[in-house]
Design a protein around this ligand. Structure first.
Ligand code: HSE
Length: 288
């Protein structure tokens, strides 16, 4: 039996659209047991079929290696909410790929796993930190290149998870086909500084650099009460849409209690999770 533990992730982090992402201390666990035939449990009935992302990603490894698929029974136990911008799909992809790679005794390097994961997900910003942990900056070229930053352990993130979903497909449809030259410069001039500021916990720099003109202005209208929450969080270090939403993240300074109290008075039900940046990425345990 093999257990694969994968962290949740938050992609984009303001200015790093489709490039930056960090792992978070919220997890999904995937258990792989030998079986006569493939089956999957621990997810809603509609996902218990051949198209399941864990199953698909598991099989993809065998396909890449030109090997017959070893049948297993997979059980999912996930704390990561679906369609909330916290990397639930990435956790399934990395869970499936790393499960297969572990079962086969690691024929693939993490770099090769990242290539396969990005091919499945379409962009690397969630799958990279799910695999490596910490803060990752990634881009696609002839392969996927990923640089890891050692984010300060002092960074405190309050994830505000609403009771409504947003699909990444819908959140990508609202993005414009073209952007202004100055908006591109606005974002790219901030990304490198933001990564460094995460390492040093330079809160003034995080506040100034963690801004975005490429996706948040278009997506905020999909998130009811975005403006109200931004106002509540305005004295804190930073505020951003996690991935493509619907979760919002506040990097807070000292205490979260007042924020939670004010957010509890809003119309929607916002679950507040106090998270930290997860340093390790995917972890496996093998049992006989
Ligand atoms: N970078 C992606 C997006 C993350 O914002 O659409 C969501 O999967």
């Amino acid at each position: 039996m093999i257990k694969i533990k994968v962290p949740a992730t938050s992609a984009n982090i303001g200015c790093g659209f489709d490039s930056l992402g960090c792992a978070l201390t919220l997890y999904a666990t995937f258990t792989f047991k030998n079986s006569q035939q493939m089956n999957i449990s621990g997810c809603p009935k509609e996902y218990q079929n051949e198209n399941n992302l864990v199953l698909y990603s598991y099989k993809k490894v065998f396909e890449k290696l030109n090997q017959p698929v070893i049948p297993v029974s997979i059980h999912i136990d996930s704390q990561i909410p679906l369609s909330r911008g916290l990397g639930s799909s990435a956790s399934c992809i990395i869970g499936g790929i790393w499960g297969a790679n572990t079962l086969l005794n690691y024929p693939l390097s993490k770099e090769e796993c990242l290539d396969i994961a990005t091919e499945i997900e379409g962009h690397p910003d969630n799958v990279a930190p799910a695999l490596y942990g910490n803060l990752c900056a990634s881009f696609q070229s002839d392969k996927v290149y990923c640089t890891q930053f050692q984010a300060s352990k002092k960074i405190k993130m309050l994830a505000l998870i609403p009771d409504f979903e947003i699909s990444t497909k819908k959140a990508r449809e609202v993005l414009p086909k073209q952007i202004k030259y100055q908006d591109a410069v606005f974002n790219l001039s901030r990304v490198a500084s933001l990564c460094k500021a995460f390492e040093t916990n330079d809160t003034e720099m995080i506040h100034a650099a963690l801004q975005d003109k490429l996706h948040e202005p278009y997506r905020k209208k999909l998130i009811d009460e975005y403006d109200k929450i931004k106002e509540i969080c305005k004295e804190e270090t930073a505020f951003f849409i996690s991935g493509s939403g619907s979760t919002l993240i506040c990097i807070y300074q000292d205490s979260k209690e007042k924020l939670i109290q004010e957010i509890s008075r809003l119309k929607n039900k916002w679950q507040c999770l106090d998270l930290r940046i997860e340093p390790k990425g995917v972890q496996e345990e093998k049992y006989d």
